[in-house]
Design a protein around this ligand. Structure first.
Ligand code: HEM
Ligand code: NAG
Ligand code: NAG
Ligand code: NAG
Length: 241
């Protein structure tokens, strides 16, 4: 092939790859052997796209807050306290930093009854677990979009199954609060910050591949998702149960 033709094909294909802002820095890449990941599918996803360092090691609170802002347009003032709480699990010895796997520490944010992870007393509470997620996905992705009612239904089914399987199941108002916030985050980031209705396809890719579904049309939300939006959606998921 002529050099000129080869170059123009290279330019074309890189144009396709760079279909979203900052694509060259933020392409999706699975973690390598020395990289750490967390029980949070979104922090893992952001590390896989280099919105937070791909290593998942010695990550600062600011890096988490800024990465979430840059990729997802979630109000930083609402995210910062959660990142600060997460940093209390840190084993780095460096103030204000954490390793992503530190976040698997049970009882800080990590809780029983996760949608996609095993309870800590029954096994691996950090990595995606296809057996845990399958029955959740069946409910969650029954329609093209996920309504508040559907999110509540999927969460409710998972909580019943977890409670039945785990003699040490611990789910107080505190755990319920985190679980509801997580549902609200999914609904708003992959749907509408007021009404939810997240795109099932996008949420499926997010959980299973820990990838932002840019290729499938996902873009950073145009309007900032406010902490108040998350609180409101979370309350509505709780009421729909
Ligand atoms: C400061 C930022 C964040 C921190 C420190 C954090 C940390 C965590 C942790 C420790 C868990 C595990 C809880 C469990 O046991 O299930 C979790 C779960 C989760 N996080 Fe995050 N997270 C953050 C931001 C986000 C954002 C922005 C999203 C947006 C979609 C998100 C989505 C989720 C979801 C959906 C789960 C539940 C996963 C499941 O049930 O299997 N998180 N997060
Ligand atoms: C975090 O940084 C410190 C200081 O640079 C280093 O000694 C340590 O090995 C790092 N931790 C990880 C898990 O990479
Ligand atoms: C799917 O959508 C239909 C029509 O809107 C609705 O009746 C049904 O309850 C939905 N299913 C789930 C699982 O949300
Ligand atoms: C259950 O969770 C609550 C709230 O996080 C905590 O205070 C309590 O110690 C936990 N109980 C057990 C038995 O782990």
């Amino acid at each position: 092939m002529h050099l000129k033709a080869a170059l123009s094909i290279a330019a074309l294909s890189s144009g396709v790859v760079n279909a979203f802002p900052g694509a060259s820095d933020h392409h999706h890449q699975k973690p390598g052997p020395g990289d750490y990941r967390s029980p949070c599918p979104m922090l893992n996803t952001l590390a896989n796209h280099n919105y937070i360092p791909r290593s998942g090691r010695n990550i600062s609170i600011d890096q988490i807050v800024n990465g979430i802002d840059e990729a997802l347009n979630l109000e930083p003032a609402g995210i910062r306290p959660v990142a600060e709480l997460a940093s209390t699990t840190s084993t780095t010895g460096i103030p204000g930093t954490m390793n992503l796997n530190d976040l698997a520490k049970h009882g800080v944010i990590e809780h029983d009854g996760s949608l996609s992870r095993q309870d800590v007393s029954l096994g691996d509470n950090l990595n995606f677990d296809p057996k845990i997620f399958a029955p959740v996905a069946e409910i969650l992705f029954a329609n093209e979009t996920i309504s508040i009612a559907t999110a509540a239904q999927a969460r409710g089914a998972r909580l019943l199954a977890a409670a039945a399987a785990n003699p040490q199941f611990n789910f107080t108002a505190r755990e319920d609060g985190f679980s509801l916030l997580e549902a609200a985050l999914i609904l708003s980031v992959f749907g509408d910050r007021v009404e939810g209705n997240a795109k099932s396809k996008w949420v499926d890719i997010f959980f299973r591949e820990e990838r932002l579904p840019y290729k499938e049309g996902f873009r950073r939300p145009a309007e900032t998702i406010l902490a108040a939006d998350i609180r409101s959606l979370s309350a509505r998921v709780g009421q729909a149960a």
